[in-house]
Design a protein around this ligand. Structure first.
Ligand code: ADP
Ligand code: MG
Length: 681
């Protein structure tokens, strides 16, 4: 049996190796390569539409290279998602038989895997946007592919506006916009109407769609049942399940394994998760053949909707939800929340079942829900999120009047104002909406304005070394991990690091101990810590040095560090109201200590705290909390708080902030009118 297995594997390995060329030639885009390249040669801006999996992302860059575009500059390809940028770059490097980071590379925030030699560069749209800051006409590039434009991510939308001007200035730049859906006309119109659309003829199989007969109560449960039914049903083909986020994905995976484990003689099934925080070697597994050719069941976030294509999927299970970042006016900031998908998304998802043969899609919602409750298409990110970073970036690119900026879909005026207001309170904009020297420095950091502000003020407070550490730790998704089955052990380790008055200082403590242990990977593993923050710290440190911000340590004076934290987060301040219950000082909204916070259950409840963000689950929980003095709030956020002020001056202060908002509103209204005028013309 053992030899038999080996032989089999050897045969299939050989088949895989041999077929990279064949795989490339089998893609729909290959069949129309010459016609498509002719259109590209003859035009500056081209819209390319093709079904997911037709080869847009992996082939276009190579075709451009083979056509000589690499001679006069780099070929850049933007992706809205980090995982896609990395995974696709690796695939292209494999196809070309080169090492990743050499001729083919990628860049995502805090990770630059390119070199002098790099000609094909995959990157997140955020990276290209930042490159515009240093090189406003993108001279390094001979061609730019704006991939996944249908996704309408915030950064892609801003890039649209900027690149529209760049192509007007540079006749030698090729701009290719790709989309998996048919909204190409909108893109074509945006670039002046006379840019051609090329459609890659699809090769798709019919997908039979089944809706739930009644609304489903627990979509994880329902998805697990459906997956098991399919697996035991005897039909061949891999399964793809969509889930909104990591937690649901992990639960789904373990429930499927449990269910099959309970059965005698259930055939083996490779259950494979994929989400952005999964280590990349595990991410790669979804593309590999499972051992012994067993069936794969991939449980994925939205990433598998159009960004990544896995061959062999014949069954899709779609609960109809995704996670989205949405500005929540109640709490005055963005929150990641679970929402129903749009009809367009649901149709993309079902399409994933018909790439290699006739497939089936199980929707865990009723047909009526589909028709009546789902939006036709997803609201573009620019219309639903906080725009502080975008405002800061555009202002520093010299776009003074933001409503005159050419947006494909303009953001709501309220969002824009709110973001400008936040930047004003942070001191990044002055009363007339102009960028201040502080704002100019802030834009250099690839982090949220709150965090860049903290880094900048830390210099004067003499604690930049500590704040640099804290901000690095806040920029990585997780520091502590809790593996399944070893939760208690992990929690016990974590408790040893906790600084009772602050989660931020707890991070600092972790880092300092890690440093004491010479950044040992083993020490990290033993203490259930992710070691990722180190790289980010190095990058942020470099930016600080470029800006000539001195890096100083306060030693053991951690109160200063807390005060510095307070100076950046004063808009997220809360006052104690009951046990574990706080209210936001500005808005009066209740918010709670999260059970994972160092302040939770310490028998000590500070009167005032600031927090990094609110997460909305069952309640509004404050994430990453630090105890502060009321007096600091008054000192550092005078436009919001006053401890001992006469009524008169408090009123004056409120008037002052009202006046500021009004003058900004004026500016916006003027610009709005200008836009209307242009539309009429
Ligand atoms: P599109 O961008 O049009 O959706 P892609 O270029 O992403 O299409 O995909 C083309 C093919 O390349 C698909 O068949 C897909 O399975 C394969 N592919 C893409 N990335 C990888 C990867 N990391 N490993 C293996 N195959 C991949
Ligand atoms: Mg693609």
């Amino acid at each position: 049996f053992a030899t038999h297995m080996k032989e089999n594997e050897a045969v299939s390995d050989f088949a895989m190796e041999k077929s990279i060329k064949q795989q490339r030639e089998y893609l729909p885009v290959f069949a129309c390569r010459q016609r498509m390249m002719n259109v590209i040669r003859e035009n500056n801006v081209i819209i390319i539409v093709g079904e997911t999996g037709s080869g847009k992302t992996t082939q276009l860059s190579q075709y451009l290279l083979e056509d000589g575009f690499g001679n006069s500059g780099m070929i850049g390809c933007t992706q809205p998602r980090r995982v896609a940028a990395m995974s696709v770059a690796k695939r292209v490097a494999d196809e070309m038989g080169v090492e990743i980071g050499q001729d083919v590379g990628y860049a995502i925030r805090f990770e630059d895997c390119t070199s002098e030699k790099t000609i094909i560069k995959y990157m997140t749209d955020g990276i290209l946007l930042r490159e515009c800051l240093g090189d406003s006409t993108l001279e390094q590039y001979s061609a730019i592919i704006m991939d996944e434009a249908h996704e309408r991510s915030l950064n892609t939308d801003v890039l649209f506006g900027l690149l529209r001007d760049v192509v007007a200035k540079r006749s030698d730049l090729k701009l290719i916009v790709t989309s998996a859906t048919m909204d190409a006309d909108k893109f074509a119109d945006f670039f002046g109407g006379n840019c051609p659309t090329f459609t890659i003829p699809g090769r798709t199989f019919p997908v039979e769609i089944f809706h739930a007969r009644a609304p489903v109560e627990d979509y994880v449960d329902a998805a697990v049942k459906q997956a098991v039914t399919i697996h035991l049903g005897g039909m061949e083909g891999d399964v793809l399940i969509f889930m909104p986020g990591q937690e649901d994905i992990e639960t789904t995976c373990s429930l499927i394994k449990d269910k099959l484990g309970e059965l005698d003689e259930a055939p083996p099934l490779a259950v494979l998760p994929i989400y952005s925080q999964l280590p990349s070697d595990l991410q790669a597994k979804i593309f590999q053949r499972a051992p012994g050719g067993m069936r794969k069941c991939i449980v994925a976030t939205n990433i598998a909707e159009t960004s990544l294509t896995v061959d062999g999927i014949l069954f899709v299970i779609d609960p109809g939800f995704c996670k989205m970042k949405v500005f929540n006016p109640r709490i005055g900031m963005d929150a990641l929340q679970v929402f129903p998908v749009s009809q367009a998304s649901a149709n993309q998802r079902s399409g994933r079942a018909g790439r290699t043969g006739p497939g089936q899609c199980y929707r865990l919602y009723t047909e009526r829900q589909f028709k009546e409750e789902l939006l036709i298409s997803t609201v573009p990110e620019i219309q639903r999120t906080n725009l502080s970073n975008v405002v800061l970036l555009l202002k520093s690119l010299g776009v003074d009047d933001l409503l005159k900026f050419h947006f494909m879909d303009a953001p709501p005026q309220d969002n824009m104002l709110n973001s400008m207001y936040q930047l004003w309170t942070l001191g990044a904009l002055d009363n007339t909406g102009q960028l201040t020297p502080m704002g100019r420095k802030m834009v250099e950091f690839p982090v949220d304005p709150t965090l860049s502000k903290m880094l900048i003020v830390s210099e004067d407070m003499g604690c930049s070394d500590e704040v640099l550490t804290i901000v690095s730790m806040l920029s990585v998704p997780a520091i502590f991990f809790r593996p399944k089955g070893r939760e208690d052990e992990a929690d016990a380790k974590k408790e040893k690091f906790q600084v009772p008055e602050s989660d931020h200082l707890t991070f600092l403590n972790v880092y300092l101990q890690w440093r004491q242990h010479k950044y040992s990977a083993k020490w990290c593993a033993d203490n259930y810590l992710h070691a990722k923050a180190l790289k980010k710290r190095a990058q942020l440190k470099e930016i600080m040095q470029d800006l000539k911000i001195a890096i100083k340590s306060t030693g053991s004076e951690w109160d200063v560090v807390r005060k510095c934290i307070c100076s950046a987060y004063f808009h997220n301040a809360a006052r104690l109201k009951g046990i574990g219950e706080y209210v936001n000082v500005r808005t009066g909204i209740p918010c709670f200590l999260h059970p994972t916070s160092a302040l939770f259950g310490m028998g000590f409840m500070p009167d005032y705290v600031v927090y990094h963000e609110l997460v909305m689950t069952a309640k509004e929980y404050m994430q990453c909390v630090t105890a502060v003095d009321a007096i600091w709030l008054a000192e550092l956020g005078p436009m919001f708080y006053s401890v001992k002020q006469s009524k008169q001056s408090r009123k004056e202060m409120r008037m002052e902030s009202v006046r500021t908002v009004e003058s900004m509103e004026e500016e916006m209204k003027e610009a709005q009118k200008e836009m209307e005028r242009r539309k009429v013309e």
